[in-house]
Design a protein around this ligand. Structure first.
Ligand SMILES: C[S@@+](CC[C@H](N)C(=O)[O-])C[C@H]1O[C@@H](n2cnc3c(N)ncnc32)[C@H](O)[C@@H]1O
Length: 250
């Protein structure tokens, strides 16, 4: 039994469980029915082999800012119809969706087996892509740039790695190609939660991406799990929002 399940099995005797990181009190009615049904199962009803794993997933359907990131990137892919896509350090489930109808190359510093045969997997550092200039219509990198060069994923510690990786993304894009990127943002001084991630500012993003032309940008409130007015970006780097941007190489 996993530690979390053990804790929940124990806590449930007090009518509590830990759910989505919070201590939740189980409703008396649910707990009574749970106990009764467990007793019946243990007596052999239905012929199931039974072990305890008490769970109570109620409330709103779980949503995260990643949903908004994938939705933003998917819409750019649909509208811009790239022939080929390079995805750098991105979300696996998103990649699986993309692979259904796109020619896709993925890059990550950690080795990973391709999930389906048509996925071309490259294991290398994003700051030194082993790919020719101007070879993709689109580069996508979701919640990745902020981690580069911090050693968290086993890459070399290099505080300039995000800028070097961004230069590489621009290099491998064809003229007229698009970069879709998501990164943490806040309205203060650029910050590093060392060695987890960087938190950028709108001004720094403008400066870093200045060789490109802005196509569209959004801001997602990570805590409220919804899009917000970019003018209302949090001022606290610990409470960072997510910047979603689509930029075009001239
Ligand atoms: C926060 S994760 C995003 C992954 C995605 N959210 C997931 O669920 O797998 C960042 C990804 O960037 C990769 N990464 C970190 N540093 C890198 C580097 N220097 N070059 C290439 N990939 C890197 C990590 O291995 C990781 O898969």
């Amino acid at each position: 039994m996993e530690r979390r399940e053990k804790i929940n099995a124990w806590l449930s005797h007090l009518r509590f469980i830990i759910y989505r990181g919070r201590l939740v009190r189980l409703p008396a009615d649910f707990y009574r029915r749970y106990r009764r049904t467990l007793a019946r199962l243990r007596q052999g009803e239905g012929g199931w082999s039974v072990y305890r794993e008490i769970t109570y997933d109620v409330g709103s359907h779980p949503e995260t800012s990643l949903d908004y990131e994938c939705a933003f990137a998917t819409r750019q892919v649909r509208e811009l119809a790239p022939r080929d896509i390079l995805d750098i350090g991105s979300y696996r489930h998103f990649i699986i969706g993309l692979l259904a109808c796109h020619d896709l190359t993925t890059v990550d510093v950690r080795s990973r087996r391709g999930i389906v045969p048509q996925e071309r997997v490259l294991v290398c550092d994003a700051k030194a892509l082993t790919l020719p200039d101007g070879s993709f219509d689109m580069v996508i990198s979701l919640c990745a740039l902020e981690h580069f060069g911090l050693g968290r994923y086993g890459d070399q510690i290099d505080l300039g790695a995000d800028r070097k990786a961004l230069a590489e993304m621009m290099r491998v894009l064809r003229p007229g190609g698009h970069l879709v990127v998501t990164i943490p943002v806040h309205a203060g001084r650029p910050a590093i939660a060392f060695n987890s991630h960087r938190v950028y500012t709108p001004e720094l993003i403008r400066e870093m991406f200045s060789p490109l032309e802005l196509v569209e940008e959004q801001v997602c409130d990570r805590r409220q799990e919804r899009l917000k007015d970019p003018g209302l970006i949090t001022a606290d780097p610990r409470d960072w929002d997510v910047y979603l941007g689509c930029w075009r190489k001239p």
